[in-house]
Write a protein that binds this ligand. Sequence first.
Ligand SMILES: CC(C)(COP(=O)(O)OP(=O)(O)OC[C@H]1O[C@@H](n2cnc3c(N)ncnc32)[C@H](O)[C@@H]1OP(=O)(O)O)[C@@H](O)C(=O)NCCC(=O)NCCS
Length: 175
Amino acid sequence: MSACPTLETENLILRPFKDGDINDFFSMMDSREVREALHVSDEYGLSEAFHAMTAWLGQWELRGTGHWALEEKRSGKFVGRAGLHKPERHDWPGVEVGWALHPDYWGRGYATEAGQAAVHYGFDELKVNKLFSCILPENYRSQAVAKRLGFEFLEEKILAFFPELPHGIWVLNRN
Ligand SMILES: CC(C)(COP(=O)(O)OP(=O)(O)OC[C@H]1O[C@@H](n2cnc3c(N)ncnc32)[C@H](O)[C@@H]1OP(=O)(O)O)[C@@H](O)C(=O)NCCC(=O)NCCS
């Protein structure tokens, strides 16, 4: 059994990644919109996508944090990923809530819905007092999700894993 729990929201099932997600996950990462927003390198292919899926699952096992695969309830289709990220990086602000959807599923509120579930999980299960989101200044759609969830802009900071541009660090305090 995976350490990644399965949760249900109004329109989504948040579940552990499975082997059969690889083509859908890669198709999301390979879309022009997601490549641009996440600055996905030209070398990122199926192999890197598989590695990323295993890393999300592995992070749940090792740390109790990770991203879920998001499945649309009514169609059973893979629509994206979202969850909690705590990588081994010295300058990472803390537990980060993040989201990415295949562009076919943008504009339906799914990132906000999954992000809300991740926020609840972070405060109620992980018992952290603050959650963060690291968002590039040009990524207005992601900033809009953070704002809808109640995150506030804290500061701009160059993070070592991505020195090209500063990230906006957004914070949400436990009530
Ligand atoms: C960031 C990202 C997940 C946001 O997706 P999104 O569809 O804009 O966000 P949501 O799922 O919260 O949907 C919000 C939109 O749905 C609409 N919506 C419909 N029903 C809604 C509901 N119940 N609740 C909230 N919004 C709803 C909103 O009005 C908004 O519409 P808009 O597109 O006209 O602004 C998406 O752009 C993405 O995958 N980008 C690439 C990856 C990425 O950048 N990830 C973040 C890295 S920091």
